[in-house]
Design a protein around this ligand. Structure first.
Ligand SMILES: [Zn+2]
Length: 81
């Protein structure tokens, strides 16, 4: 499945429960405060710049803590009949 987006993609940085990113249009530094770990550990999220309102897709692939192995991310399907 491919996603097509016209929004620019920006790589953000996780700091605590906050994601930092720099707006690709006006280069303002923006913060996203996450309310849930689920939001925080998503690899992408949409955010709009607080200065110019440009919407971007913020990428945070895995973040600094690379503890989880890829296998633990896969859904576990148990064959129950
Ligand atoms: Zn901006």
């Amino acid at each position: 499945m491919t996603r097509h987006s016209t929004k620019p993609e920006v790589t953000g940085t996780r700091t605590g429960y906050v994601i930092r990113f720099t707006c690709p249009v006006c280069t303002a530094e923006n913060l996203i405060v996450n309310k849930t770990p689920r939001d925080h550990f998503k690899e992408t999220r949409d955010a709009s710049c607080t200065r110019c309102r440009k919407r971007s897709t913020i990428l945070t692939p895995n973040g600094p803590a690379k503890k989880a192995s890829p296998a633990s991310v896969l859904p576990i399907i148990s064959p129950v009949l």
